[in-house]
Design a protein around this ligand. Structure first.
Ligand SMILES: [Ca+2]
Ligand SMILES: [Ca+2]
Ligand SMILES: [Ca+2]
Ligand SMILES: [Ca+2]
Length: 521
């Protein structure tokens, strides 16, 4: 760091292996200049919706023979086409001039027919976008492809296509990006940039008035805390890269796809004219995001001290999940203060980085206590200012994968609490033996897994405060009304999970440091 005095001033963005301002990246050519490489994904794009025109599937009643089938078909105006291998189950063609719906009603009036339904199209179980650079984003879908000359392991990824079967994000979810700013004009980001409704329309964007009374004048698409202006433009690249991973417009035929195809990115620039960041700027940006309703904040940055200012801001925004990076010093930070990563707040998730074979990235900080989870952070392709794209390395790139998944979970389950979303991320992730010594959960992010855990309704439960708390352990008592369901409980300390199968459970966990939460599975 000493060779870069501009950023030794306290805070370092956790990107690009200690080279935030001049990251060791390779610029990919703009999408228009890159020959779109057809992959197996191209075939999946032929998915159709609705039903096959002119076809129905019919279930005849037991004992209905060929003659009665033919009669029922003739009356309804259909012809029997093919037996489907199950007794009484047939594909029929609707005769020209008749609608399928009318034919189905006619069939169902027949005493020999149990039901008639459209022959619906079926989707392959993986939704993939048409963005030409998607195949290079191994972190979203790892097919064992070679990216930047590194060959991956199939499925060492966050299962984004499987998650996208359920949701591709929502414009109702706001993610604050506390960083060097965001190039909000980027063709792959512009559609997903947050606008502040209280400062938008009727000239409110530029009238010099704090129309929504939040203390910031004309903050219609974020704020620049580094310069004290309403223009959070990114001149560095780091924040634009982070934003693209969270929410580059997906399936728009351009560039990359973010974890969310659809989301509102709130650009919160904390870099000043020299690219330096300060604790005050970060704390103010955190508070702004919380106040303006961001469900998630990504902070791919850190300082080697305990920031009371950041902790106060995070505690003041309990309905916001702060996803932060662990840093790139290849260091065990178990006994080292790194803010915000190691701050003792329940709504902070600290993220380390893994590469395309699911091994810890050589640069990633770690700690089997404070660093909660790992996510892809090596050779990550994303957006850069000026409609460019490029590869960055860093826990800065891992954190926005997690922030993006948090946004997906909020999109699918808008009423879930921050604690429930955090638990879904940690417990829905893929356990990797090689990661257990480095990260508290011992897991690498999985978007589909997080959605699966989040799909479980919050329990009707009474959860007692932890008791018998010592430096090494705590005891948790919970009582649950399982409402007739199987009562399997997941107790989560952010560090250790225990699966049990009782309606009342006492669990002792080592290394307790955050408020425990429980989920009925
Ligand atoms: Ca996968
Ligand atoms: Ca304002
Ligand atoms: Ca205004
Ligand atoms: Ca795109």
């Amino acid at each position: 760091m000493a060779s870069r005095p501009r950023i030794t001033a306290a805070r370092v963005l956790a990107g690009a292996a200690c080279a935030m301002l001049l990251p060791a990246v390779s610029q990919a050519s703009a999408p228009g200049h890159q020959a779109p490489r057809l992959s197996h994904h191209a075939a999946i794009r032929t998915v159709r919706h609705g039903a096959v025109a002119g076809e129905l599937i019919v279930r005849f009643a037991p004992g209905v023979g060929a003659a009665r089938r033919a009669h029922a078909a003739a009356v309804a105006g259909v012809s029997l086409r093919r037996w489907l291998g199950t007794r009484g189950l047939w594909l029929v063609h609707v005769r020209p001039g008749r609608t399928a719906a009318r034919a189905a009603r006619a069939l169902e009036r027949s005493r020999g027919v149990r039901w008639a339904q459209p022959n619906r199209y079926v989707s392959l179980n993986a939704t993939t976008p048409d963005d030409p650079m998607f195949a290079q984003d191994w972190g979203l879908d790892n097919t064992g492809q070679s990216v930047q000359s590194a060959t991956g392991t199939a499925d060492a990824d966050i299962d984004a296509p499987e998650a996208w079967d359920q949701t591709t994000g929502s414009a109702n979810v706001v993610v604050g990006v506390v960083d060097t700013g965001v190039d909000y004009t980027h063709a792959d980001l512009a559609a997903n940039i947050w606008t502040n409704p209280g400062e938008t329309g009727g000239g409110k964007e530029s009238n010099g008035v704090d129309d929504d009374g939040n203390g910031y004048v004309d903050d219609w698409h974020g704020w620049n805390f580094g310069l004290g202006t309403n223009d959070p433009i990114d001149l560095v690249g780091h924040g634009t890269h982070v934003a693209g991973t969270i929410g580059a417009a997906g399936d728009n035929g351009t560039g990359v796809a973010g974890v969310n195809w659809n989301v509102q990115i709130m650009p919160l620039r904390v870099a000043d004219a020299n690219g330096a960041l300060s604790d005050a700027g970060v704390a103010a940006a955190f508070a702004y995001a919380g106040r303006m309703g961001a469900q998630v904040v990504n902070a791919s940055l850190g300082g080697s001290y305990t920031s009371s200012a950041e902790l106060a801001a995070i505690n003041g925004a309990p309905n916001t999940l702060f996803v932060v990076s662990a840093g790139n010093s290849n260091q065990n930070i178990k006994t080292t203060a790194v803010s915000p990563c190691t701050l003792p707040a329940a709504n902070v998730v600290c993220v380390g980085a893994t590469g395309p074979t699911d091994a810890r990235a050589s640069f990633s900080n770690y700690a089997p206590t404070q660093v909660d989870i790992a996510a892809p952070g090596v050779n990550i392709l994303s957006t850069l200012p000026g409609d460019q794209y490029g590869y960055y390395n860093g826990t800065s790139m891992a954190s926005p994968h997690v922030a993006g998944v948090a946004a997906l979970v909020f999109a699918a389950y808008p009423t879930r609490s921050v604690a429930a979303v955090e638990a879904a991320i940690l417990n829905g992730a893929d356990r990797k033996t090689a990661l257990t010594t480095y990260f508290a959960s011992g897991r690498r992010l999985n978007a589909a897994g997080a959605l699966a855990v989040a799909s479980i309704p919050p329990p009707d439960a009474a959860l007692a405060s932890p008791s018998s708390v010592t430096a090494a352990s705590a005891t948790l008592n919970a009582t649950v009304n399982p409402h007739g369901r199987a009562a399997t409980w997941l107790f989560n300390w952010g560090l250790t999970s225990a699966y049990t199968s009782h309606t009342s459970q006492k669990v002792t966990a080592a290394g307790f440091d955050v408020a425990p939460i429980a989920h009925l599975l």
